[in-house]
Design a protein around this ligand. Structure first.
Ligand code: ADP
Ligand code: MG
Length: 238
């Protein structure tokens, strides 16, 4: 078994919350409402994972599964510049796969092994994990079917994380829709299927203009602390 690696978030606050950064061989779920910074967090990690081990990265590439069309190359360029990295090289090391429906999203993962090996992928971003599943499987009658498909996707993520010693970040949006909302706004949608399969769960909430608050949920290893961070040029910053 290979040893677990860590990717710095590029911030002292979130690194301290995560005891150094996000781990390989694990799924880290990031959930919270729209605009809380989930996608910005993913963009920041796309850059920091490329740093050397000494600098807190894993000198690796990224497979970014984009289900909402919110990947922004210009954000990567901006974040890379703040980190004094070559922006075009930073972009080259990110393979973006736009998923158009949930079946396509699963297919991307099923076919990802070769590219993960060949491109030295060390971070897989799944942003957002549940959106397409939610949109396609509406109503109570299809809930079981949806959970089964989503479950398969999450198990694939977990297996890939282990097999290739990759970090996985899976975002999940909190919804207030009656179909998916089970009464507690701090609980993500998807009947908690993502949460159950995740090694770590981080909850983001808004705390003023660009201020955000991150909290680790139910971790036996982490102190139940909260950290404040900001959204800005670095994606996430102190
Ligand atoms: P989520 O994915 O959780 O819905 P995002 O990660 O897309 O949320 O965060 C969107 C927010 O990020 C915006 O509302 C804005 O406040 C902030 N943001 C985006 N780009 C920048 C930037 N370049 N500088 C500062 N804040 C930004
Ligand atoms: Mg987003």
């Amino acid at each position: 078994r290979q040893s677990i690696g860590r990717i710095t978030t590029g911030t002292d606050s979130l690194d301290s919350l995560l005891l150094g950064g996000i781990e390989t061989q694990a799924i880290t779920e990031v959930y919270g409402e729209f605009g809380c910074g989930k996608t910005q967090f993913c963009h920041a990690l796309c850059v920091t994972v490329q740093k050397s081990l000494e600098e807190g990265g894993l000198a690796g590439g990224v497979l970014y599964i984009d289900t909402e069309g919110t990947f922004r190359p210009e954000r990567i360029i901006e974040i890379a510049k703040v980190h004094n990295m070559d922006p075009s090289k930073a972009l080259d090391n990110i393979i973006v796969a736009r998923a158009y429906n949930s079946a396509h999203q699963v297919l991307i993962l099923e076919e990802a092994g070769k590219i993960i090996r060949e491109e030295n992928i060390k971070l897989i971003v799944s942003d957002s994990t549940t959106g397409l599943f939610r949109a396609e499987y509406l109503g109570r009658g299809t809930l079981a079917n949806r959970q089964q498909k989503l479950g398969r996707y999450i198990r694939l993520l977990a297996r890939i994380a282990e097999m290739y010693n990759c970090a996985v970040v899976a975002t999940n949006q909190v919804s207030t829709s009656p179909d998916t909302f089970f009464g507690d706004p701090t609980k993500p949608v998807g009947g908690n299927i993502v949460g159950h399969a995740s090694t770590y769960r981080i909850y983001f909430r808004k705390g003023g203009k660009n201020k955000r608050v991150a909290k680790i949920i139910d971790s036996p290893h982490h102190p139940a602390s909260e950290e404040v961070f900001e959204l800005g040029a670095k994606g996430v910053q102190d």
